[in-house]
Every structure is written in C-alpha cells, then in structure tokens.
Ligand binder design. Structure first.
Ligand code: MN
Length: 292
C-alpha cells in the first residue's frame, strides 16, 4: 500500500511551533499517512518538537529541499561543492532527527534556472558527493530521492531516463528516482512510459497539477499517470504538492514562481486531493488486475 502524503506548504509557509502544530494536525485529521516538510534552510526546523508531534499524530515524515546556487554540488567550483555537501549533511541530520524515512528534491544541483548546460566535471562532483550522502543516509535507513524537475529549475535531471542513469552512476542501494507529475507534464514524451522507465528505481512520487492547483482541474492526463503507477505496481510514497499565493514561503514560493492564487481553502484542497488520488489509484489497480 502506498503511503499518502501532503506537502507542508499546502498548510503553512514556515515551521514555527504554531505552524508545525497546524500542519501536522490537519494532515493527520484528513487521514494522510505522512507529511513532507521543506528544509531549504535546515536550521529553521526544531527537530525534537517536530518528531514528538508527528509521533503523537501517528504520521510519517519526509524532508525535501533544493540546493541554492552558492551550494551547487554540480558546479566546478570546489567551494560551492563543499558548501553543498555541508548543506546536504545538515538536511540529512534534520531528516534523521525528525524520524524521516526519505530525503528528496533537487539534491544534485542548484534549484534554479541555469543559462548553461551542466559540465562533465560538475556532474562528476555531484555523483561523488551524493555517493557519500547516500552512505550516511543508509546508516539511518533513509532513502535519497533525486527529483526530476523541468528545465527551468535545474539543468541536470529533467527526465526519468536521465535520473535512472544518474542513480546507476551513484550506485548506492538507497538512491532512488523521485518523479513529479507537474514536471513530467513539461518534459517527458509520454508520462505513462516515463514511470515504466523509472522502473525499480522509482522511490518517491509527487502528484501536482499543471498549474499547481486542484488535481483534475488542469491539463495533466492523470489516467496515464495512475495507469503507469499500477503497471509498475509502485508501492512507495505518493505526496500531493500544490502551491498558491495564499500560503507563502518567501524562499520556496519565489523559486517556484507562485504568483497566482489558485486556492484559498487548504483543507478543501487537501481533502479533495486525498479522495482523487485514492479513487484513481484504486481504479487503475483494479483495471490492471482485470486486464493486465
Ligand atoms: Mn515536486
């Protein structure tokens, strides 16, 4: 059974104690299995407080982030690579201390628009750092998910095929491909086949609409998405991601270009997403059973 999650930015823009309480309690109240918290700045998270809260609410927790340009491990600049590795290690400690099972996102490069392609030496740097991060993560049983994003958010991994190749280069048992329907819709030739391409490497999955709003109210062909997940018999986490100018995280909202207001009622949005994902996944799995 897939664990169903929701991204914290559906509820709150920061992670003060009051915000953490609100996000975690609402997530649990709607029957989700886990919450994903952003850790672009790992120092902003009170790990002991967060861990106690998720445990009290019987929720799982995952952590996501993207590297900033000054901490880009796909750079040829050794200073940036060093900073990036330190940031990843800090985020990994946060993941471990909150009781997290997965650390995912744009862990392999800057989370930004690039004006030039990645270089072979830069890619080698990224692979080397991630190999060490995966080893450390394995000590705490943490899975590393490399999120495939569109061309405006990284120049390293834009397709599932690229991510499989990258995981093979890293060669760690706990490094996985993290796909996101919003990005797949922009970059993949065929969104169903992209899931099959990820295959056994698929370890984390984001579901978001083409406009980042209500599921089913945009352009994404979700029949193909759920058919792909059913064909692969994917059993890992599925996390709902949605952003609106109603809930703002100054760092994250800016990079993601969240300029429009697509929803106001977080609870209605997240409740709908839970039903949408459950119903469509169930339908796709039943169809798969009957017709193969
Ligand atoms: Mn995502």
């Amino acid at each position: 059974m897939n664990k169903l999650g929701v991204h914290a930015l559906v509820w709150v823009g920061g992670w003060s104690h009051a915000e953490a309480i609100r996000a975690i309690e609402q997530t649990a109240a709607l029957g989700y299995d886990l919450i994903e918290i952003p850790a672009l700045d790992p120092t902003t998270i009170d790990t002991a407080f967060t861990r106690k809260l998720v445990e009290a609410n019987k929720l799982g927790i995952t952590v996501s982030l993207g590297l900033d340009g000054g901490a880009d491990i796909s750079s040829e600049d050794p200073e940036k690579v060093k900073k990036g590795e330190a940031l990843l290690n800090d985020a990994l400690k946060v993941t471990r201390d909150v009781g997290g099972t997965h650390m995912c996102g744009i862990l392999y490069s800057g989370f930004q628009k690039y004006a030039v392609p990645a270089t072979p030496r830069g890619l080698e740097n990224s692979v080397d750092v991630l190999r060490r991060i995966c080893e450390r993560a394995a000590e705490s049983g943490i899975t590393i998910g490399l999120e495939v994003v569109n061309r405006y958010e990284s120049n390293v991994l834009n397709t599932a095929a690229q991510a499989v190749d990258f995981c093979q280069r890293i060669g760690a048992p706990n490094v996985k491909v993290h796909l996101d329907t919003y990005h797949m819709n922009i970059e993949e030739n065929d969104i169903e086949e992209a899931i099959i391409t990820a295959g056994k490497y698929l370890g984390y999955f984001h579901i978001g609409e083409s406009n980042r709003g209500y599921l089913g109210a945009g352009n994404i062909d979700f029949d193909k998405i759920f058919r792909g997940l059913a064909r692969l018999d994917y059993q890992g986490p599925i996390t709902f991601e949605s952003f609106s100018s109603t809930v703002v995280n100054p760092q994250l909202s800016g990079i993601l270009a969240i300029w429009r207001n697509l929803w106001e009622d977080s609870r209605d949005l997240a409740g709908h997403a839970r039903d949408f994902i459950r119903a469509n996944l169930k339908a796709a799995r039943e169809a798969q059973k009957r017709h193969g």
